[in-house]
Design a protein around this ligand. Structure first.
Ligand code: 4NP
Length: 150
């Protein structure tokens, strides 16, 4: 089974959406998808209401998720770790023990064919339109990730 982890800062806005979107595209495939945050501010919380809403608009339910913090053990569990931005990348790689761990980590938009951006912008302090944009970016990246999975 292929195991994929989505990572952002708080694990309440971007990575829960990435988790929900990828899960919706790998139905029937032998894939496990999870998400985590590099910070502990929101541990145990539901995704942000705005992420729940934008997912719902696209018939995806993410209300079964609760925020958790990324740990070094995740390198042992997951095959691929997709981070939303460069700051997440540095925080995750700081916990890597060797090159094998580091090789598992990549910016999620590197997977995207359409995006000219490298980072998924943090929508936390903005309005709902930021969440729509994040959804579109993640949907495109997850299409490519899902295609790459058997
Ligand atoms: P996320 O967004 O990393 O996409 O979950 C954020 C959520 C919370 C905070 C920052 C970003 N915060 O500062 O509490």
């Amino acid at each position: 089974m292929k195991k994929i982890l989505m990572v952002c800062l708080g694990n309440i806005c971007r990575s829960p959406l990435a988790e929900g979107i990828l899960k919706s595209k790998v139905n029937g495939k032998d894939v496990f998808v999870d998400s985590a945050g590099t910070a502990a501010y929101h541990v145990g919380n539901l995704p942000d209401e705005r992420s729940i809403e934008v997912a719902k608009k696209h018939q995806i339910d993410i209300t079964n998720q609760s925020a958790r913090k990324f740990t070094m053990k995740d390198f042992d569990i997951f095959d691929s770790i997709f981070v939303m931005d460069k700051s997440n990348y540095h925080n995750v790689v700081a916990l890597a023990r060797d090159d094998n761990d580091i090789a598992k980590v990549s910016l999620i938009l590197d997977a995207s064919e359409k995006s000219t951006l490298l980072e998924v912008p943090d929508p936390y302090y903005g309005g709902n339109e930021g969440f729509d944009k994040v959804y579109t970016m993640l949907d495109d990246a997850c299409n490519e990730i899902a295609k790459s999975l058997i």
